[in-house]
Design a protein around this ligand. Sequence first.
Ligand SMILES: *Cc1c(COP(=O)(O)O)cnc(C)c1O
Length: 387
Amino acid sequence: MSAKKDFLIFGSPKIEREEIREVVRTLKSGWLGTGPRVARFEEMFRALKGTRFAMAVNSCTAALHLAMLAIGIRPGDEVLVPAMTFAATANAVIHAGGRPVLVDCDRRTMTLSLEDMEKKITPRTRAVIPVHFAGRPCAMNGITELAGRHGLKIVEDCAHAIEAEYHGKKTGTFGQIGCFSFYVTKNIVTGEGGMAVTDDGEYAGRFKTLALHGMSRDAWKRFSDEGYRHYQVVDAGFKYNMMDLQAAIGIRQLPRIEKYRRRRAAVWKRYDEAFASLPVFLPPPPEPDTRHALHLYTLLLDIERLRISRDQFLQSMTEAGIGVGVHYIALHLHPYYRETFGYRPGDFPGAEWVSQRTISLPLSPKLSDRNVRAVIAAVTRIVRENS
Ligand SMILES: *Cc1c(COP(=O)(O)O)cnc(C)c1O
């Protein structure tokens, strides 16, 4: 099926000439796999976050999985995960042998409810994975305080939140490990790709070894001109390494991260102004002394005041030629988590409230002013016709 002409694809990334040229140079260099460009991308990201280590992998999902293993999650361990997140956050815990224990979210910020988090802590709880939802930093003061009191480790899911800060501190640096995504719809893209940052040398070492078959460090250098070196397999690892072909895109995208954010901020402001008087809940303004990464513009439809459901709204937007997203249907409503962990509708009222009302509008820096006007016109028309 081909996309209809003029259909505005949700989350379509902005790809510019420099990354195209860098990819071509990489192809011509003959070194496509993990190599010097990955090392450079890691160094750039490490400098951006100001951490001691940055480790590139082929997805944020892989980063989350390895983070769970690096901090020592084992069968029987419980890890707190927001009910309002993407499946990868919970699946990382499961693949490490642990049990994801879901936590409700605040209805408006869509981030972890501290009150519910405290209730879900048991003697088996080992860690928490805060998700900086839509780019909005979680209440990290409360989370680190609670985690400290109960001896929990923190792995941040920063898939939405490369640029976010909380009280002057960068997201991804609050706990043991921070995980980032460069998937096609994210703020910076490499096609598929992820990164983990940490200040802990032991976690970094274990992470890097597991990311490449469990081979002893820097095994990728074994074919370089430094001479053949034998590797040793020291663990049963995975194939999670990033390719130079992917890093080629990343090293050209990363310097534009603030420019792209400024464009999204301008679109965000126009949406806020255009929708202020409609029966919808706008994304709440950022908390004082925080920086929002502006990843998803999520409208919450005031369905009590509309004659159509969110799903009918999605359909109408698609018919108007505008691609939209749903972030997310809460995890406990999906069959796997219901059947495996016994969750039921009603268990997480905040996350369900969001699940029924949320709709994400296009926010890519690629949007033209004309595109933005088309989105505003479609939302306004559909709301007016149905309220
Ligand atoms: C996209 C996303 C992931 C997974 O990222 P990938 O790089 O696609 O594996 C994890 N968590 C959240 C919240 C995400 O949005």
